[in-house]
Design a binder for this molecule. Structure first.
Ligand code: ZN
Length: 654
């Protein structure tokens, strides 16, 4: 077997790529960012936690940036060159983060709102501003070209399930050719025209299938409104089409808006839907969608965005801020976008535990000023729950029930969530448990869908999706029953594959200087250098995977997954040793196997087959040294084996 000595030793040596020479003008007083941050932590006695990667980063004029009187000024100066920032986590604790384009501070929100108000001192000024926003939001979102690509087909509808005072029917609508949005319609059992409430979802676990969502849908239906709940793009049944990772794309921002508009189009074709009473409500990311739908679609008469409206946060998910909507008309934010709903009735629900904590003092007074332009201050309401956090809990639901009850003349006597039947996730799906009922022409991947967009834009996402698929394929091979375990493992392995890929992609081999392998004396190859860099991946990445695998799987199942990573190399290599050493003893086999298993566990943190093979070579060297130490004439055995193979080849040819 081919020898590849030396790399093992190298991988054990921590890499220090920066020479610590004296800092002077000529070397721009450079120091490694990570060292400077460590110094700051010690000097100011603060804890720093890292959401950023400092590997290989060098800070010029490093110590000059430290201000002895202020840890925060020092951190700002040190982090700014890398587009990093800090967020105070409490007394003497800072979290270091990347720049977040969608998140600012309440102080910024205050400045922005007062700037915005200066643009429209009167109703006329506001109407002009509104016109600009209506136009540019559509343009920046790219919604009209997408709407133009829609197909007109009949919705797919399930049987109607009747419960206490309401019914549930699953539906799916084809939007773009082959692409579907699926959801459930909760309707009153009573006859006559009903109000309509569209309920886009946020990023709460279990999406539209969660109990709290079903309670709210069912209760509003019992009160007399047709209420529609539907999947986020890349969640629930949509994930069965395009994969989960597709959600984190700018396409999600456009598609979710298209879904909301298309669903309302359909619901208003129902004979029992009342066009004069159309509302929307959603929490968190569902609040973001509610705000956006209210701007795009003038059919709404009353809306209630929950735990989302803020002047300093646009929603950090690409489904909320993937397209540059808030750059419209020189810059806007969610507070101004929802102000466009004036003079129609608006309820803003906020709490003390998230970015909506500022609503009573900041966003609500601003909204009142805009509503004042129409002389209808009372049409905008704020229910603020200072003791509560980021959810759509019972007190928030009650506020929304009351709001729509008043405006749409619903029946408040029917507010009783105990009457609602919570259905299983599978009951709420129209395309079956695993999407087996999707029509034949349905799109089956985000790759197929991306033809409707600029494909280059999604190169990295498509790579993410291929990792997601790989992880799901490996997990499927275990044939597990428990759906929770399956989705946990899918995510666990996907996150690990992604971490390994990202580390590789962001750490070029050039981070390791050209040099020699101290064992062989040969120059370091590009592969050597890349592997040294890749070996610096934080140990937690590996540990998190292994702990997760061992938590839900048996040891043989864990091994199956590790074999997937290393394409069965343990077994393959062991068979090689058995062929070379025909009388391999049980003890020798056990020792070799344990070496190969070590190789396997180490190799999973490397990016590609070249690197994985190189790791195995290190351990093969160990195996061969062991055999030699055990009195085996390895050189002779190997020679005999090669001769035997060549003989057989010759025979085969004859
Ligand atoms: Zn999202």
């Amino acid at each position: 077997m081919k020898k590849r000595a030396g790399i093992g030793l190298l991988l054990l040596i921590a890499t220090t790529t920066i020479c610590h020479s004296q800092q002077v003008y000529e070397n721009r007083f450079e120091r490694s960012l990570s060292d400077v941050l460590k110094d700051i932590s010690v000097r100011f006695e603060v804890k720093l936690s890292y959401d950023i990667d400092t590997a290989g980063l060098v800070l010029p004029y490093a110590d000059f940036r430290i201000r002895p009187y202020s840890v925060e000024e020092s951190l700002t100066n040190v982090l700014a060159p890398f587009d990093y920032k800090f967020v105070k986590q409490g007394d003497k604790h800072y979290k270091l983060k990347r720049y977040e384009y969608a998140r600012r501070t309440p102080e910024d929100g205050e400045k922005m709102l007062s700037h915005l108000l200066s643009l429209y001192p009167d109703k006329e000024g506001w109407e002009q501003r509104k016109e600009c926003l209506q136009r540019e939001v559509r343009e920046n979102l790219g919604i009209d070209s997408l709407l133009a690509k829609r197909v007109q087909t009949k919705p797919i509808l399930s049987k109607i399930r009747k419960f206490d005072g309401y019914s549930v029917q699953n539906f799916a609508i084809e939007t773009l050719p082959g692409l579907y949005v699926a959801g459930s319609i909760y309707a009153p059992l009573s006859k006559g025209k009903h109000a309509v409430i569209i309920s886009p979802n946020g990023h709460f676990a279990d999406g539209r299938y969660r109990e709290e969502q079903q309670l709210r849908m069912g209760t509003l239906a019992r009160m007399g409104a047709i209420t529609v709940s539907y999947d986020l793009f890349g969640w629930g049944e949509s994930a069965l089409q395009v994969g989960n990772a597709a959600h984190r794309s700018s396409a999600a921002h456009m598609i979710q808006a298209m879904n909301g508009i298309t669903i309302l189009d359909y619901i208003l074709t129902r004979g029992d839907a009342d066009r004069e009473r159309v509302g929307a409500t959603g929490g968190s990311g569902g609040g973001s969608q509610t705000i956006l739908l209210s701007v795009l679609d003038d059919r709404y008469k009353a809306v209630a965005p929950v735990v989302m409206v803020a002047s300093h946060f646009d929603g950090g998910c690409p489904c909320e801020s993937g397209m540059p909507v808030t750059l419209s008309c020189g810059g806007t934010n969610n507070a101004e976008l929802i102000a466009m709903f004036a003079p129609r009735p608006l309820l803003v629900v906020s709490d003390g535990g998230d970015w909506t904590a500022s609503v009573p003092t900041l966003e609500f007074p601003y909204l009142q000023k805009v509503y004042d332009l129409y002389g209808v201050r009372e049409k905008v309401q704020n229910v603020h729950l200072p003791e509560e956090g980021h959810d759509y809990g019972i007190n928030k639901r009650k506020a929304v029930y009351d709001f729509f009850d008043n405006l749409f003349s619903l029946d408040a006597r029917k507010i009783d969530e105990s009457k609602i039947t919570t259905e299983s996730e599978d009951d709420l799906k129209i395309f079956g448990k695993k999407g087996e009922l999707y029509p034949d022409h349905a799109i089956k991947s985000f790759g197929e869908l991306s033809k409707y967009f600029d494909k280059d834009r999604y190169r990295e996402l498509l790579s993410d999706l291929s990792l997601e698929e790989k992880a799901a394929g490996w997990v499927a091979s275990l044939e597990l029953e428990d759906q929770k375990d399956i989705s946990f493992l899918n995510t666990l392995i996907y996150n690990h594959l992604k971490a390994v890929r990202d580390w590789h992609n962001t750490h070029p081999y050039t981070l390791v200087p050209d040099g020699i392998n101290p064992v062989t004396g040969n120059p370091l190859s590009q592969l050597d250098r890349q592997m040294i860099v890749n070996s610096t991946i934080p140990k937690e990445v590996h540990q998190k995977l292994m702990n997760g695998l061992r938590r839900v799987l048996t040891e043989p199942q864990v091994e199956t997954i590790l074999d997937k990573y290393t394409v069965g190399k343990v077994d393959f290599t062991l068979r090689g040793y058995k062929a070379i050493v025909p009388d391999l003893t049980a003890e020798e086999e056990a020792t070799i196997l344990s070496h190969l298993k070590e190789a396997r566990e180490q190799a999973i943190d490397y990016k590609n087959m070249n690197q994985i093979s190189a790791i195995f070579e290190i351990y093969k060297t160990k195996c061969e040294q062991y055999l030699i130490g055990n009195g085996r004439n390895w050189r002779q055995l190997y020679k005999d084996f090669v001769n035997k193979v060549n003989e057989e080849k010759k025979k085969g040819k004859k």
